[in-house]
Ligand binder design. Structure first.
Ligand SMILES: Nc1ncnc2c1ncn2[C@@H]1O[C@H](COP(=O)(O)OP(=O)(O)OP(=O)(O)O)[C@@H](O)[C@H]1O
Length: 264
């Protein structure tokens, strides 16, 4: 996306285009029925630019996690298409989807999800070990150096701080050079200093290694590390912001919480 205008319903994504790592085209997701029905995503169309850091923000219940899960192939959509690297996820069978997720997508969650009995290095290479793939040594070295954990590689998770554990989780996501990394509140469990460490690492992996990252966050300070912010309200992308600052993001978020703000 190149401007700050909200995308229109007619906006066409460019599936598989070189500069687009992932895209959604008019995806809808509805939970429940009748009175209990919730439209979590309402015909969302969006392109995720390759080699950029995109933050997704919005009030609680606006559909951020649902959007992330649908775009990452962790949840199905009711209608519309989702593309990762030119492949339409909605056309894949379960096995193909599992393989695509394993080979092309990295995940970082609020809970670090490290295996307590394994060292930091073993945790980083675990997904590749399970997939029977040999890590690219040069790339792994670069990831380990960027993550700044070389002296801690033989430590187990309990011997690491929360920030260090999350950096291990980020390195694990990066190690297989995925097409795209989805991060859901990666700093939600961290104090502000550790959070800043993790965000700096994510930022560096985009700037220095060309990684594509989509991050759901509630925190304007975290969003300020991104290249662009998508704002969701009531299951729709209502605005985007390029080169965000924490102050501008906070101002925009305040606007969404005012009654009638959507009509402006
Ligand atoms: N499994 C589910 N069953 C029923 N409703 C759901 C389910 N998952 C999400 N929802 C509803 O869909 C809407 C969007 O939820 P979602 O978790 O995507 O929002 P969010 O913006 O990530 O919220 P938060 O910031 O609080 O995590 C909410 O109204 C939520 O209650």
């Amino acid at each position: 996306m190149t401007n700050t205008a909200p995308p229109t319903a007619d906006a066409q994504p460019a599936p598989g285009a070189d500069d687009v790592a992932a895209s959604a085209h008019r995806i809808a997701k509805v939970y429940g029925r009748g009175d209990a029905q919730v439209i979590a995503l309402d015909a969302v169309t969006v392109d995720i630019p390759r080699g950029r850091f995109t933050a997704v923000m919005g009030p609680s219940g606006s559909g951020k996690s649902t959007l992330m899960h649908c775009m990452a192939g962790l949840d199905s959509v009711d209608s519309g298409e989702v593309y990762i690297g030119g492949t339409d996820l909605t056309k894949l069978k379960d096995k193909q989807l599992t393989r695509l997720r394993r080979d092309k997508v990295g995940f970082v969650f609020q809970a670090f999800n490290l295996v307590p009995t394994l060292t930091a290095l073993e945790n980083i290479t675990l997904p590749m070990d399970i997939a029977g793939r040999k890590p690219d040594r040069e790339w792994l070295d670069r990831v380990v150096d960027t993550v700044g954990l070389r002296p801690r590689l033989s430590h187990r998770p309990t011997e690491l701080s929360g920030g260090q554990q999350q950096r291990v989780a980020c390195a694990r996501a990066l190690a297989s050079r995925p097409e795209i990394i989805f991060a859901d509140e990666p700093t939600g469990n961290l104090d502000s200093r550790s959070g800043a460490e993790v965000l700096t690492f994510l930022r560096d992996s985009v700037t220095e290694m060309g990684q594509t990252i989509v991050m759901v966050t509630h925190d304007p300070n975290a969003a300020a590390y991104a290249d662009q912010v998508l704002f969701l309200t009531d299951g729709r992308i209502v605005d985007t912001m390029q080169r965000p600052t924490a102050e501008r993001v906070l101002e925009r978020m305040k606007g969404f919480e005012l009654p009638g703000a959507m009509a402006r």
